[in-house]
Design a protein around this ligand. Structure first.
Ligand code: ADP
Length: 313
């Protein structure tokens, strides 16, 4: 029932009630004056009271139903808001716990190395000192990457919440070519051939630097983790969407990991992924969602993993 119907019914009933009251009063006066009949007057008065009570009752029921429904809706909204607040609070707690855990590992490494360098320099050979300095440099780099990735995620969240998504049309082909050119040297260092088959221009409304960041995260992962001799970067254009794919032919990713791989801080092989932050794919997913698109993973036929970034045109 629409929200305006109960008060409207109530109003209509009140008008009918007032009209009936007027008519009955006039009728009552007229009859009483003409007949001087007490019994007829009493009967009319009784009918009038019954009519008034019935209409007032109908109005009261309509109003009570209306108020009860409104109250129920309000209670449901408050319950939903409370649940949302609870989930947000839980998310905040988990995030702080995750970040603290992620920060502790490199910090422990740095503190241990610095303490040894400071407290017992005489016991250390030049080679050991060098190794400890390497620990400090690599773990500081990891902390720095973690800070940058957390900042990226929080900027994406803030942008989504602000609703400022006035993207200008841009060519995805340029983004794909830029990322390809940037990663060819890194791929060569690992004896990986980074392929980019010819693709036509595809213009979509987007923030092109964010799209480049997302593609770069996918290509970097394929080079770093897949153990694939070739990695292929491709761009396809469909009537309603554009699909950027990064395909490798490496060891692939088990289905149980695929389900959770876009979660913050999720890593498949923790020992191999020490240098990563576990946030790269979460950033890709956020960038896709900010554009109204999707990030997905599938098995490459014949082995390996294919990551796709789908954007609406
Ligand atoms: P990280 O910053 O650790 O690289 P990501 O969110 O980018 O975090 O990736 C999550 C995990 O997914 C990685 O730690 C890695 O174990 C796995 N992964 C990502 N891409 C691939 C790939 N192409 N092949 C195999 N494993 C991958």
């Amino acid at each position: 029932m629409p929200a305006w119907l109960p008060p409207l019914l109530s109003l209509a009933a009140s008008i009918v009630f007032a009209a009936v009251l007027v008519v009955e009063t006039l009728n009552f006066r007229h009859t009483a004056a003409r007949a001087g009949d007490d019994a007829a007057m009493l009967e009319h008065a009784f009918d009038l009271c019954k009519c008034a009570a019935g209409l007032l009752g109908a109005c009261a029921v309509a109003s009570i139903v209306f108020l009860a429904r409104r109250l129920k809706r309000r209670l449901a909204t408050v319950a939903a808001e409370n649940e949302q607040m609870r989930q947000l609070e839980q998310f905040r707690r988990d995030f702080v716990a995750d970040v603290t855990h992620e920060i502790r590992t490199p910090l422990t490494g740095i503190m241990g190395a610095v303490e040894m360098l400071k407290d017992h320099p005489e016991r250390l050979s030049a080679q050991e000192r060098e190794a400890l300095m390497d620990v400090v440099v690599s773990q500081s780099g990891r902390l720095n990457r973690l800070a940058l990735d957390i900042l990226s995620l929080s900027r994406l969240d803030a942008r989504r919440d602000s609703g400022k998504l006035d993207f200008a049309p841009d060519d995805l082909k340029v983004a794909v070519e830029n990322v390809h050119a940037a990663f060819v040297p890194a791929a060569k260092l690992k004896q990986i051939e980074l392929k980019l088959p010819h693709a036509d221009s595809v213009t979509v409304p987007c923030d092109i630097s964010l799209i480049e960041q997302a593609i770069a995260n996918l290509v970097e992962n394929a080079i770093r983790y897949s153990d694939s001799p070739t990695v292929e970067l491709s761009l396809a254009s469909l009537p309603a969407k554009a699909i950027i794919a990064v395909t490798d032919h490496g060891h692939g990713i088990a289905k149980k990991h695929q389900k959770r791989i876009f979660e913050r801080f999720y890593r498949v092989d923790k020992s191999r992924a020490q240098s990563g932050t576990g946030l790269g794919l979460a950033i890709v997913k956020h960038i896709a969602h900010l554009h109204g698109g999707e990030a997905a993973i599938a098995d490459t036929p014949g082995g390996g993993a294919t990551f796709t970034l789908t954007l609406p045109r």
